[in-house]
Design a protein around this ligand. Sequence first.
Ligand code: 2U9
Length: 357
Amino acid sequence: MDDLRDKYLGLIAEANDESALENLRVQAVGKKGEISLKMRELGKMTPEERQIAGPALNALKDEINSALSAKKAGLEDAALDERLRGEWLDVTLPGRSRRHGTIHPISQVTEEVSAIFADMGFAVAEGPQIDSDWYNFDALNIPGHHPARAEMDTFYMHRSEGDDRPPHVLRTHTSPVQIRSMEKQGAPIRIIAPGRVYRADYDQTHTPMFHQVEGLAIDKDISMANLKWVLEEFVKAYFEVDDVELRFRASHFPFTEPSAEVDIRCSWEGGTLKVGEGDDWLEILGSGMVHPKVLQNAGVDPREWQGFAFGMGIDRIAMLKYGIPDLRAFFDSDLRWLRHYGFSALDVPTLHGGLSG
Ligand code: 2U9
């Protein structure tokens, strides 16, 4: 019996996986196992012999069963340890940083401006960047002899000889969008039209492609007073100041009458712009009451409807707010520029909530 005990405890100690252990269990204490066979022999023994051998065999069976369980638990622990060694993770290590792209200042400012006007009930309208000279000029009361229509300022689409379709241009302002919107939905209307525009001009303050946002509000009794309030609210929200003083200077545009250029009070102390204080004035937009002829050209009856329009350069107000010195860098600079002046994707403005993130 001691031989049997030594044999099986030895084999169990040496087993190194669960299936080997199971084989040993069947071989030792299974129905036809060595110990079970020995137990069957008890019947042939004398009562005295049986009284000694019976309990001894039961004890041996118990001992082997507990050795099997202990070994099984040991193998499971070892397997777990092995797995954990492979999956070891230092949660105190700093995260691996991934290179994120950034939002271009033009996109950021377009979103900011759209969110501010959306809060005042303006919808965003879009239109084609190549348009007919009717939508870009005539409908806006800009006559054929106007200098803006000269090839020097406007990019005209090439036409082959004999092609008599009306001339098309790269739009020089987003105003055609408002004409098309009025044609489509009529009055009343409250929209802004942000987007790319093109003029043949290139120096430190002009690029041949730049961005504008124009606004239009047409209703039964809209006046310059409404224009003034809307622009004040816009300037305060955009430059994030509680108060600002606007100066309306009489001006002339073919598409508005009367027309005004709008300056904001500011200071440039220490080279940085402060809006709403100081003795300087900064021109940021043009505006006026939409010319009756323009309303008529867009299919809106000027005897019934009137309203204001305004326009400003997105690139320019982006430079002013975010201290970007050279306009040309917007469109021909490298990724280092974008990493410096770009915005995180989390900084996009939300409606009714100011800036998130
Ligand atoms: C319609 C009627 C009127 C839009 C207007 C201006 C004045 C203006 C400039 C600002 C700086 C262009 O980017 S800029 O160079 N714009 O001064 N724009 S009123 O007037 C409209 C537009 C559409 C149907």
